[in-house]
Design a protein around this ligand. Structure first.
Ligand code: GDP
Length: 189
């Protein structure tokens, strides 16, 4: 499938939740905060370096899937093409995938590259949910504005989950809400 060996992925036996977002959005930090295991994912401060799909088994019940970050300004065109091929192959051929958490930096809101990912997800009919990250970095008014703008964008999107969760790996805001949401998905298998 476009040069991507999806057969090398682990068997699709457990429900999967995937995490996607622009490089540096705080994805590794969120996965670490969520699982409470610092060793599970190494937080990197070199944007654009992670290029592969990583799988993490959680409590033998759920697979967390760390998709490579996108939108790094210095990424070469061939890297973008490779990302698109890899992620499309995964999204289109993964029956166990229950939801993609689409991470958006609270300071920046939804950008054009995020819209492109949403287009991809809508087209593949993969359910996705916007999760704001780094909420501790913005004032409450700014967070409300980002939330409002994001709500308007997802209202027109067929595969978008209507609820948005604002989180911070630092203050742990929203972490319980996110955990509950993911718990519901596992229960509904
Ligand atoms: P990734 O590239 O998406 O995996 O992003 P990282 O998790 O490596 O985080 C990128 C940078 O943002 C790092 O310097 C983190 O310390 C910082 N960061 C991540 N999450 C938060 C957060 O919730 N609050 C704050 N203040 N900084 C964060």
């Amino acid at each position: 499938m476009g040069g991507v060996d999806v057969e090398l992925l682990p068997p699709a036996a457990l429900p999967e939740i995937a995490f996607a977002g622009r490089s540096n959005v705080g994805k590794s930090s969120l996965i670490n905060a969520l699982t409470g295991r610092k060793s599970l994912v190494k937080a990197s401060n070199t944007p654009g370096r992670t290029r592969e799909i990583n799988f993490f088994l959680l409590a033998e019940k759920l697979m967390l899937v760390d998709l490579p970050g996108y939108g790094y300004a210095k990424a070469a065109r061939k890297d973008v093409a490779r990302w698109t091929r890899l992620v499309n192959a995964y999204l289109a051929g993964r029956p166990s995938l229950r939801r993609v958490c689409l991470l958006i930096d609270s300071r920046h809101g939804i950008k054009e590259v995020d819209i492109e990912i949403m287009n991809m997800l809508d087209k593949a009919a993969v359910s996705y949910q916007v999760i704001l990250t780094k909420s501790d970095k913005v004032k409450p008014g700014e967070l409300s504005a980002t939330l409002l703008a994001a709500r308007e964008i997802i209202a027109r999107r067929p595969a978008a989950h209507p609820e948005i969760i604002a989180t911070s790996s630092q203050s742990r805001e929203g972490m319980e809400a996110l955990r509950e949401e993911l718990g519901k998905i596992v229960e509904n298998v």
